[in-house]
Ligand binder design. Structure first.
Ligand SMILES: Cc1cc2nc3c(=O)[nH]c(=O)nc-3n(C[C@H](O)[C@H](O)[C@H](O)COP(=O)(O)OP(=O)(O)OC[C@H]3O[C@@H](n4cnc5c(N)ncnc54)[C@H](O)[C@@H]3O)c2cc1C
Length: 238
């Protein structure tokens, strides 16, 4: 396993609780839209076994042409040891990346794409939208629906509806409105539905999508094959 040590080059305060850490891009480090990586803090591999409390999965919120690896995360006042340390890091601090992979690249299958996310889940979708806005080939249109009860919606510069580019972005701040809208979107029986958020959020979205007659093959989750089939088995939603 290759470990890439790199440095933070910028910290963006997206909202009072959400920060984006921009990291220098190591020379041979590359990734696809929708990728996640493991972001590890100094000391994680100091002992015999890796210290898991210093490692988290994180999506990459940028594209390679932006020349930085973006990691966007929410840090609440009451937080884990990992986030407590992350919060103290500054420009120039070292972090490590490893096992980077995309389970949710943008499918170019001449379909309508629906991006359903909760909170910072939108970070996973930012590169998909940028990729689409740059090159719309074989994607009919994209609709993003994000729920964030904090009402501090993220990446408003990218997630702004652009009718000429067939991109629509919708933000809601309450659950009932969110799931009502998911039902409306699922009226498109041929669409591709990407879902990013907590496991509970995934399960609830899948349940609604199944109820509306959406097939498991139309649902994309940032999960490995084995976990994916557990989430998307028809039994899981009953
Ligand atoms: C494929 C994938 C991609 C992901 N991408 C992202 C991403 O882009 N951005 C992102 O932010 N997360 C992402 N996650 C989730 C991420 O890995 C973490 O699980 C998440 O950020 C929470 O980490 P944590 O250290 O805050 O909480 P954890 O230690 O994982 O604990 C879970 C919850 O308990 C609470 N908690 C933990 N310790 C304490 C404490 N001492 N006091 C009070 N509360 C506590 C935390 O608030 C948290 O809500 C991703 C996960 C996966 C699997």
């Amino acid at each position: 396993m290759q470990i890439y040590w790199t440095k933070i080059n910028k910290i963006i305060e997206e909202t009072p609780e959400v920060k984006t850490y921009l990291l220098d891009c190591p020379e041979d480090f590359t990734w696809e839209e929708g990728a996640h990586t493991h972001l590890a803090l100094e000391g994680f591999n100091a002992g015999e076994k890796p210290n898991r409390s210093l490692v988290r999965h994180m999506s990459i919120s940028t594209l390679p042409h932006e020349n930085s690896i973006g990691i966007t995360t929410r840090i609440k006042e009451q937080c884990s040891e990992y986030k407590t340390i992350l919060r103290t890091l500054e420009v120039g601090s070292d972090v490590a990346l490893f096992k980077t992979h995309s389970n949710v690249p943008l499918k170019r299958e001449d379909k309508n794409v629906y991006l359903l996310s909760s909170g910072v889940g939108l970070a996973t979708f930012r590169p998909l939208v940028l990729d689409y806005l740059n090159r719309a080939d074989n994607v009919n249109q994209i609709h993003s629906l994000n729920i964030d009860s904090s009402k501090d919606f993220l990446f408003k510069d990218v997630f702004e509806s652009a009718p000429d580019k067939k991109f629509t972005s919708q933000f809601v701040d309450y659950r009932e409105g969110y799931y009502e809208e998911v039902k409306n979107l699922a009226a498109d029986k041929d669409g591709l539905f990407y879902v990013v958020g907590s496991d509970e959020f995934l399960a609830q979205n899948i349940e609604v999508l199944f109820e509306q007659g959406i097939h498991p093959k139309q649902i994309m989750l940032d999960k490995h094959e084995q976990t994916l089939s557990k989430f998307l088995s028809v039994d899981a939603s009953v």
